[in-house]
Design a protein around this ligand. Sequence first.
Ligand code: IPE
Ligand code: IPE
Ligand code: MG
Length: 255
Amino acid sequence: MEPAPPSTARAWSAGGRDLPRHVAIIMDGNGRWASRRALPREMGHREGVKSMREIIRESGRLGIEALTLYAFSTENWSRPRDEVGALMSLMLDCFRGEIDELNRVGVRVRVIGDVSGLPDAHRAEIASATARTARNTGLKLNLALNYGGRDELVRAARSLARDCAAGIISPGDIDEPALAARLDTAGLPDVDLLLRTSGESRLSNFLPFQSAYAELVIVDALWPDFTIDEYHKALDEYFKRDRRFGGRNHPARPG
Ligand code: IPE
Ligand code: IPE
Ligand code: MG
């Protein structure tokens, strides 16, 4: 990883504030960014990759444990063929062009979502990126590709049902940790901060189980305009929140 965290991270930790362990981002607004410039939507998606690069780097520098980025939803297949095609080829370009650098800075790359629904070439790149970076100890980066929260829950339910039918577990063994362990995010902490760009206040099928107690921060900036400075502001907003988890005797917020 890059050595020194920036001054903002030092200030936050000096204030005794814990960084969110898991940040999840709905990277929205690429199309609007392009249409405001009378450009094809694909250009907005290409520009969005630059923000991804910056935010991944910054998350690693700050020492955030896990970052999950929503890049393609199970519902995004319903977009026009041209746009889906452009997104798919951009995905491949990203895997081919970015993994060396991510590996160099110690990022561990994984994909969440139904990988079986992606083309063979994508699956090969995902398998290679996952294997190459598996032992890295820096940021845990999860790219949500062909991801839908309902689809993930259905796949987890099937997996539990199969083990019940095979007599490996009984229905009484199914509790929240058992279900969490069958999700694509198994082993990761729950989402602390759920961030969405471009001003929309909805989840769009992103991490419904894992975000049950996430703090939601909606920013107006379109994803290609989302800078490190905007990211810091969103983190500042997160630090102002009083997280209670349904209890009353929550510890006083530090700082
Ligand atoms: C987000 O940008 C990227 C994906 C969903 C793949 P959009 O393409 O949704 O951009 P808007 O919301 O139309 O502006
Ligand atoms: C959510 O954005 C999906 C991704 C960012 C990949 P959408 O643009 O697809 O969501 P809706 O359609 O506005 O809910
Ligand atoms: Mg959108």
